[in-house]
Design a protein around this ligand. Structure first.
Ligand code: F6P
Length: 521
């Protein structure tokens, strides 16, 4: 597989980017009064306005030539056909199958069982070991087994269903917060972990099992559920076989919110919303699978990222969702993009001499305007912005107008800037502009649009992995930290396991006695 800089189009793109240094967005807009229509594409409930990116028609064409040389269609077709696209683990990547019209049997069954359980929990039909109605669900998971379900719940909860708690981190405060005010005999604990081997989930799961056992004794196991691709490990932990929802080994954790891992989210949003989420994603899949390069939203956005990162040298990106329910989206995309693309070796083991994953950061607008947007407007680094905006909502028009006006104003200010006037502070007040941004407009922030948006990001990540020559579906880099933590933890717990290869000086000052076990708040 050719690397980014080995494609014939690369040299011409470098020449074009040198010319790009003379362009200002003010000039590009002046040269093409219809620029905003020429640089706007719609797919289903999503519209991408990339007119404020520092692109010309020539640069776009060269970027499309690059994609052709990288055989983007063949790669895309291999993904949808369920072929091996994760070579280091010899796996397909079957997240599209989770929302496709033709599902993989065992996974369709698991999804259906999850939705049925969610509806029963919402209807108060599930009883605990003592006969009490289950009113609470504690979801235990981390990374892709946590943020996706939490994001869905934050956006689509309809106020019905069991009380939900999400327990991801392993600090005492998180553990206490997870059970505060809950009656264990009315609570189910969902152990969400594809590997069923993640230290935080196991630690929290063990503490919650103890918490259940205080009131339920040997019946505590009846209050455990699991969503995992390792059912034998879940069974060994004490989860009954009929309470284990299988996950597909060929679906990466950060691509899995469509699966049974999202039981808590389905409890919050209901079957209808969950199915609308899947259909929104399926709509984006159909677009991604069929749209030509000129109108293919994930490809256009992937190529814009290559242009900003590899040609213009802007190696970070600010994500600005102008909708508070999307507050978790920056964290979600940090994992989806930086865990998938944060690599410096190709899928064939070749060292890369160019940038890959951007540093993704962000916060909701408008609070971001009162936090870090100063740096985007006048900082020494150009940090492209990605603004997400909903067109309609059911709220007061004045609030909608304020949000939409601010989102557009930020894009305009970043692009066009303004001089600093004539006073003594002219220099300090001047905004140079020419700072790129894209706007993703959702018709409304509903299940269909959210599904389309997340699928759009998944396809963009896949295409950027192709263009950079990296495998977006493995994450070997996270294993070393986990390996080093185990012997250090043993020392801190006074266990005589194999000693750490190196004992950090600070270790002597850590540890200390806390309350043993977890008896609730
Ligand atoms: O961060 C490493 C990682 O393996 C992620 O890829 C994954 O989403 C997370 O840990 C949790 O893994 P699991 O679902 O196996 O507990």
């Amino acid at each position: 597989m050719a690397l980014l800089t080995e494609h014939p189009a690369w040299k011409e793109l470098q020449a074009e980017s040198r010319r790009a240094g003379e362009w200002h967005l003010r000039d590009l807009f002046a040269a093409d009064p219809a620029r905003e229509t020429h640089y706007m594409r719609t797919a289903g409930p999503l519209t991408l306005d990339f007119s404020r990116e520092r692109l010309t028609a020539g640069a776009l064409q060269l970027l499309r030539d690059l994609a052709e040389e990288a055989k983007w269609r063949d790669a895309r077709d291999a993904l949808f056909a369920g072929r091996i696209v994760n070579p280091s683990e010899n796996r397909a990547a079957r997240h599209p199958a989770l929302r496709g019209p033709v599902k993989v049997d065992s996974i369709a069954e698991s999804q259906a069982k999850m939705l049925e359980l969610a509806e029963d929990l919402r209807a108060g039909k599930v009883k605990g070991a003592t006969g009490k109605t289950i009113r609470n669900l504690v979801h235990v998971g981390i990374g892709g087994s946590d943020v996706g379900p939490r994001l869905l719940e934050a956006v689509l909860a309809d106020g019905r269903g069991p009380r939900l708690r999400f327990l991801a981190n392993a600090d005492a405060a998180s553990l206490r917060a997870a059970t505060r005010g809950l009656a264990s005999d009315e609570t189910l604990v969902m152990l969400a972990s594809k590997s069923f081997g993640t230290a935080e989930m196991l630690r929290n799961g063990q503490s919650l099992r103890e918490w259940l056992a205080v009131a339920l004794g040997p019946k505590a196991g009846a209050h455990l559920l699991a969503a995992t691709a390792a059912p034998a490990k879940a069974k060994a932990f004490g989860v009954a076989e009929d309470r284990i929802l299988p996950l597909d080994e060929a679906v990466g954790g950060r691509f899995s919110l469509w699966s049974a891992v999202s039981l808590a989210a389905a409890c919050a949003m209901g079957r209808e919303n969950f199915e609308a989420l899947l259909s929104g994603a399926a709509e984006m899949d159909a677009h991604a699978a069929a749209a030509p390069a000129e109108t293919n939203l994930p490809l256009i956005s992937a190529l814009t990222g290559i242009w900003n990162i590899n040609l213009l040298g802007f190696t970070s990106r600010a994500l600005l969702p102008y909708a508070e329910p999307l507050a978790l989206l920056p964290l979600y995309l940090q994992q989806l993009e930086m865990e998938s693309l944060g690599k410096s070796v190709s899928s064939e083991g070749r060292a890369l001499d160019y940038a890959t994953a951007p540093v993704v950061f962000g916060a909701t607008g408008t609070p971001a305007q009162h936090a870090f947007m100063q740096a985007l407007h006048q900082g020494t680094s150009v940090m492209p912005a990605e603004i997400i905006l909903a067109g309609q909502d059911d709220g007061p028009a004045a609030h909608r107008a304020l949000m939409q006006a601010n989102a557009l104003a930020q894009a305009e200010a970043l692009a066009f800037g303004a001089d600093g006037g004539t006073g003594p502070l002219a220099a300090q007040k001047k905004c140079g502009g020419n700072r790129p941004s894209s706007i993703l407009l959702l018709e409304r922030l509903d299940a269909r649009a959210l599904g389309a948006l997340i699928a759009f990001y998944e396809h963009r990540v896949f295409l950027q992995g192709l263009l950079w020559g990296v495998n977006p579906f493995d994450q070997w880099g996270v294993e070393l930290g986990k390996k080093l933590a185990a012997p250090l933890q043993a020392v801190l717990e006074g266990r005589k396991d194999s000693p750490p290869a190196r004992v950090p000086a600070l270790l002597q000052r850590l540890g200390g006695k806390g309350r043993e076990g977890h008896k609730g708040p």
